[in-house]
Write a protein that binds this ligand. Structure first.
Ligand code: GRF
Length: 190
């Protein structure tokens, strides 16, 4: 059974869904939640669950948390994690670290493109579709190899909040199954 660590900075809806999805899977389990934000909603969501939660300060504890990750996790899955991933982390988990981005990369990616900023930009650009991108994490923001993308239509003049809601539905529906297929392929390729 592979051990998944989920990194999250926010409300944790994706982290919670990943945990639910893998609680019924023979390949892997979510065993650790790592967050840089002591006020993150993800902490409340997991408070009653049998999953370790590690809060940390990335500016001082990055090395010690990397050690904990290499000991306690086989795979790292980012779910709304907003801090830069240190190069030592991407090296240690090369090919074993996945992120979800709430747009169709390479559009609307890169520095500053997170959360509502993405949906605002999609709305202002008059895009006719947006979606999610699930990709490997490397040392450059939002530039790792794409594992899967899922799209949804955007109506003319659609408000950012409405786009965000549609994109969240895609995330909750597809992140778990996509991570599972990715793990299957990793196992097959070993
Ligand atoms: C999601 O939209 C994710 O794609 C983005 O941040 C949001 C996290 O939401 N990177 P939650 O914390 O999982 O509820």
């Amino acid at each position: 059974m592979l051990r998944i660590a989920v990194l999250a900075s926010g409300s944790g809806s994706n982290a919670e869904e990943l945990h639910r999805y893998f609680s019924d899977c023979d390949l892997a389990r979510v065993e650790l939640i790592v967050t840089n934000n002591t006020k993150a909603g993800v902490i409340d969501r997991f408070s009653g669950k049998k999953v370790a939660i590690r809060t940390f300060d990335p500016s001082t504890e990055s090395d010690v948390v990397l050690q904990e990750l290499t000991q306690g996790a086989d795979l790292v899955v980012l779910a709304g994690y907003l801090k830069m991933i240190p190069a030592a982390w991407t090296r240690a988990f090369q090919g074993r670290m996945l992120n979800i981005h709430p747009a169709l990369l390479p559009k609307f990616g890169g520095k500053g493109m997170y959360g509502k900023h993405v949906h605002q930009a999609v709305s202002e650009a008059g895009e006719t579709e947006t979606g999610i991108t699930i990709h490997l994490v490397n040392e450059h923001y939002d530039e790792g190899a794409i594992v899967a993308q899922f799209a949804v239509d955007v109506a003319p003049g659609e408000a950012p909040l409405s786009i965000e809601e549609k994109v969240r539905q895609l995330e909750l529906e597809y992140y778990g199954p996509t991570v599972e297929r990715w793990i299957e392929n990793l196992i097959l390729s070993q």
